[in-house]
Design a protein around this ligand. Sequence first.
Ligand code: SF4
Ligand code: SF4
Length: 103
Amino acid sequence: MRHGPRLSRRDLLRGRFLPSAPPAADVAAATGDGVAVVMAWGCLAFRGTICSVCVERCPEDGALRLEAGRPVVAPDRCTGCGDCVDVCPAPSRAVVIRPRRDR
Ligand code: SF4
Ligand code: SF4
């Protein structure tokens, strides 16, 4: 007797038979074990457009500040809450939460 969904060869090749795990960044944000990282290549402020939304939204004093108009994270103060990620208007989300062990 067969149990579970039928899997086609294409499913197997695409890895659909594997249980999906949440991205490490989501786990880090949910567990508070993450830290914000600004991706300079996608950040509007680094590319010459005035933007400080992430800094304004950050609830932790000194965790995210502007230096020469560009956002800089203080890892020891960042809680990994993800508020800065949610408000970033850059097309490719220029700030992400990374697990601390990856840094
Ligand atoms: S993750 Fe939270 S605490 Fe860290 S820089 Fe972003 S808004 Fe601030
Ligand atoms: S909100 Fe996004 S684009 Fe704007 S300064 Fe922060 S990281 Fe850069």
